[in-house]
Design a protein around this ligand. Structure first.
Ligand code: SF4
Ligand code: SF4
Length: 731
């Protein structure tokens, strides 16, 4: 060992010892913070499916590749990080002796070839990612950026480290080539040979380049260890467990969509017949009341801003960004952690759990952080502003886009639950809706005995459950479908088409009550459970004696469709629920319905969030429209998985939209820009919001917003009197 190697070996050993010590300390700290969360025993089921999903999502980059170039570039960088860690290990042999290398595999040509290819592709990938970050930097002139609010130095730091490690990897190989100590053939390592051709024949060059590579790598480890909230770096490790423990491992995308997590206390679902707010946790009032998976979610955020770029609230000037919400919760959790780890925290009656002695030596900043209300205005020192919390439409665009499967909607609703159930703090205008749900069983407060009014004037009888037993489908009309004028036209169109196709169906009529979706999404789990239990009982009675496959329900409202199909199972109601567009598509494809006159003038389709993203029904409405219209469907730029919310979900339908641009106006402008005369929808709330948007723009005479069923009816029964969009009895 020469003098240069003595120095490089000491340097490598010293910096590695410091880095490893700091990294171990950081991992212990992060683990301690995550363990502060509440139990989540359901995350340990289906280990086989979880492992498979984790491997498919990470190795296949299934989520990232939806973003084309970024996804591909990130894949090479990720593979580079994993495989080229072996080359960092090899550098420890090279600082000791310039001719050193990894034992066994270091002599394999295939190893030389693989690392060469990954190095080159990793270099291309990181340069692309750096260019994308620079092009989207928040301070660039004009335009909004998905990186707004991200900690930019951390992103640049990580990217430069990757670039430098790759460059020094090539220099090490180059010096080995130049000194004739490189054992891989030219055909397997042409770039290394090309680098070697321009480097001097310097024997110690390999050891010097190797120690620089180690210093760069360990500097990265030291910096991230001193910054445990640096998700842009830590996600390299945390993404694996975060994906493994996601809520629904079998779901291809967007675990955390569809059903909401039931309200839990100590990891057990809460039953309101026995729940006691002094003994049970009602929603989330303090950051440690999230489950440990919630705290893992916050720690894993990469700050990539994909969620932010798709969020309808953020894109219309509201203060909510799902990314910034997650970052606020993460920073608060880590800043409050010393207080919690010292035994601090409030019990369910609001009393401090720690003794004065336990808190005596705590940092004043941790104590100040512990005093912050989780939900509160800037003046109150709140972590999350109420305007942020109530701006969410629960559209799920953030969950759908998140590459590391963070479950934003569950976290937002958990915080809403505490605000509604314990603090009675929510936008006051929504109070009318909640009172109507409790007293009348529907958000509009309409009399229950008018639920069947939509059937009047139809030229056939609509059978009720109880009057007939041999129905195939129970037609779940929903509150909008029964009481709201535009939605009633959809209900009548669907009933007419089912009748035309010879489908045996029946309605519950006055036996139906609100599915509970708006109550659950605003956070009133108590009212949700009350309504849902009543409906489950009614439906179980209606389907008595039938196996699950024959307990078929068709719903026109995607919110009912989602709640009945995905959430009633939590309360003992197992049904096969389809959306009306799915049933209509089936009836057309099997020849039971025949479109005879194509609807002209151009048609575009708006994907309802609770049909599309939350339940992945993208094709059926398009198939129906494809059969019913002239020419091809005109897609809006934001469609299918990336569709833009109408603004009504998450009970926002019953709240005023006082901040920023109206979401429905933004969507209507996009729809109108397609030039289509008809905007087809598949949801009564979307219909209301988009109709309001069109009318607000004074375009009511030029553009019509109608349900897919109404479009189909016009094509199947063109002789049916249509009579203009406001007066049409059907469709
Ligand atoms: S659910 Fe929709 S509105 Fe809510 S934070 Fe996510 S993207 Fe924004
Ligand atoms: S998409 Fe996921 S990882 Fe990216 S910023 Fe949003 S929450 Fe974080």
């Amino acid at each position: 060992m020469g003098s240069v190697q003595i120095v490089t070996t000491i340097l490598a050993a010293a910096i590695t010892a410091v880095a490893v010590w700091l990294a171990v300390r950081a991992v212990l700290k992060m683990t301690a913070v995550i363990r502060l969360g509440q139990p989540a025993p359901e995350r340990f089921t289906d280990k086989g499916a979880r492992t498979k999903t984790m491997l498919v999502e990470t190795a296949g980059h299934t989520r990232m590749l939806k973003w084309g170039v970024v996804g591909a570039a990130h894949w090479f960088v990720m593979v580079g990080f994993i495989v080229l860690s072996l080359l960092v290990l090899e550098a420890y042999f090279e600082v000791v002796t310039p001719t050193g290398g990894l034992p066994i595999i270091g002599h394999w040509t295939i190893f030389g070839l693989a690392t060469e290819v990954i190095t080159v592709l990793g270099l291309v990938g990181i340069v692309v990612l750096m260019a994308i970050r620079l092009r989207n930097r928040p301070n660039r002139p004009g335009g909004r950026s998905r990186f707004t609010g991200s900690t930019m130095w951390q992103g640049y730091f990580v990217e430069w480290i990757v670039l430098l490690v790759l460059i020094f990897g090539l220099l090490i190989r180059g010096f080995k080539v130049a000194t004739d100590h490189f054992e891989y053939p030219f055909w397997a390592t042409p770039v290394s040979h090309a680098v070697g051709a321009v480097l001097p024949d310097w024997q110690d060059g390999t050891s010097v380049a190797a120690v620089i590579k180690i210093i760069i790598s360990m500097t990265w480890l030291i910096v991230i260890s001193l910054n445990v909230t640096m998700g842009v770096a830590w996600h390299r490790f945390l993404a694996f467990p975060n994906i493994f423990f996601k809520r629904e491992p079998a779901r291809p995308a967007g675990s955390g969509l569809g059903a909401l997590r039931p309200m839990t206390s100590q990891g057990k679902p809460l039953d309101f017949e026995e729940a006691d707010p002094e003994k049970d946790q009602f929603g989330v009032a303090h950051v440690e009341q999230f489950s440990w998976k919630g705290l893992l979610d916050f720690s894993t955020c990469t700050e990539c801003g994909r969620c932010q770029s798709q969020c309808p609230a953020w894109n219309t000037g509201k203060p909510l960004s799902p990314k910034l919400l997650v970052l606020s919760l993460r920073d608060h959790a880590y800043a409050k952690a010393p207080y919690l780890l010292a035994g601090g925290g409030k019990d369910l009656t609001g009393e401090e759990k720690a003794t004065q002695a336990q808190l005596a030596h705590l940092d004043v900043l941790a104590l100040a952080e512990a005093d912050k209300p989780l939900i509160g205005t800037a003046e109150e020192g709140g972590v999350i502003d109420p305007d942020v919390l109530w701006s969410c439409t629960t559209c799920g665009a953030c969950v759908e886009q998140c590459p590391v499967d963070i479950e934003h909607v569950d976290h937002i609703v958990d915080m809403r639950r505490y605000q509604v159930l314990i603090e009675s703090s929510f936008p006051s205008e929504a109070g009318v809706m909640l009172r109507n749900l409790e007293n009348k069983g529907n958000p509009w407060g309409a009399p229950q005995n008018t639920r069947e009014d939509w059937t009047k004037g139809l030229d056939f009888e609509v059978p009720r459950v109880g009057e007939v037993d041999d129905f195939e489908y129970l037609f779940w009309v929903g509150c909008a479908g029964a009481f709201e004028d535009r939605a009633k036209k959809t209900t009548r169109a669907v009933a007419t088409l089912l009748n035309e196709a010879g489908v045996k169906f029946a309605i519950l009529g006055e036996g139906e009550t609100c599915s509970g979706d708006p109550a659950r999404r605003i956070g009133n789990e108590f009212v949700f459970q009350m309504l849902a239990q009543q409906n489950v009982e009614t439906l179980n009675e209606a389907f008595e004696g039938r196996e699950k496959a024959k307990r078929k329900i068709v719903a026109t409202c995607p919110h009912c469709f989602n709640t009945l199909g995905n959430e009633y199972g939590q309360l003992g109601g197992e049904f096969e629920v389809v959306h009306h567009t799915q049933l209509l598509a089936h009836l057309v494809s099997t020849g039971k319905l025949t479109p005879v006159q194509p609807v002209d003038g151009g048609v575009t389709y708006h994907d309802p969030c609770y049909l599309g993203r939350h339940n992945r029904v993208f094709a059926a409405p398009r198939e129906v429209l494809g059969d019913a219209i002239e020419g091809d469907l005109t897609e809006m730029p934001r469609n299918s998985e990336r569709s833009f919310c109408c603004g009504a979900g998450g009970a926002r339908m019953w709240m005023e939209e006082k901040i920023g641009k109206r979401i429905n106006v933004d969507r209507v402008e996009e729809a109108m820009a397609t030039g289509a005369k008809t905007v087809a929808v598949g949801c009564p709330f979307c219909s209301t919001m988009l109709n309001d948007g069109v009318n607000g723009k004074g375009a009511g005479e030029q553009v019509e917003v109608i349900d897919v069923a109404s479009v189909l009816l016009r094509s199947v029964k063109p002789e049916q009197p249509q009579g203009g969009k406001e007066t049409a009895p059907v469709g």
